[in-house]
Design a protein around this ligand. Structure first.
Ligand SMILES: [Zn+2]
Length: 173
């Protein structure tokens, strides 16, 4: 569970209008650890095993899916390079805390937290594709979907007042 103190720092990052509503909703459920991960379902005898659907070698739980699993870890690496993230944070709470505290313009913070939400959404989508359609998508495809979603959404929610340096940075993404 998220404590009241933690939620103060994170709140703005999770409920960021620059993230698509369905992305921030999933992110919020993940932050609260309310997703129906296989480890939990297995404990209640709802599924036959608790193996991760993406790698098949580890237990599927929040920490594994975001971002210990090799597929999600690669997605995170590519997104870090794409946005020039200078952080060693490898979990959702740490990433959100880093964004909240980083010395960045509000615009960049919004783009970054919208990207965290998009990553969570698409990795969960990817996991569901593996579950229901027995399809495991390539890392490059997942990353492309995240990038396109973020770019399109930010373009349509572009603030009226934006520093030129932020505009130039966003245009080259
Ligand atoms: Zn895995």
């Amino acid at each position: 569970m998220v404590t009241a103190k933690q939620s103060v720092t994170w709140y703005r990052e999770v409920w960021n209008r620059m993230a698509l509503p369905k992305h921030r909703f999933i992110l919020w459920l993940v932050v609260l650890d309310r997703m129906q991960m296989k480890e939990r379902l297995f404990r209640f005898h709802i599924v036959a095993d608790d193996n991760c659907l993406l790698c098949g070698t580890k237990k599927e739980n929040r920490e594994h899916l975001f971002f210990e699993c090799h597929l999600s870890c690669q997605v995170l690496e590519l997104i870090r390079d794409w946005l020039g993230w200078h952080t060693a944070a490898r979990t959702i709470p740490k990433l959100l805390r880093w964004i909240a505290k980083a010395r960045l313009t509000r615009f960049r913070k919004k783009v970054f937290s919208a990207t965290v939400a998009a990553m969570v959404y698409h990795l969960w989508w990817c996991r569901n594709e593996a579950l229901w359609n027995h399809k495991v998508y390539k890392v490059s495809i997942v990353v492309e979907r995240i990038q396109n979603n973020v770019k399109n959404r930010v373009r349509s929610y572009m603030p009226n007042k934006i520093q030129q340096i932020d505009q130039d940075w966003f245009d080259q993404l």
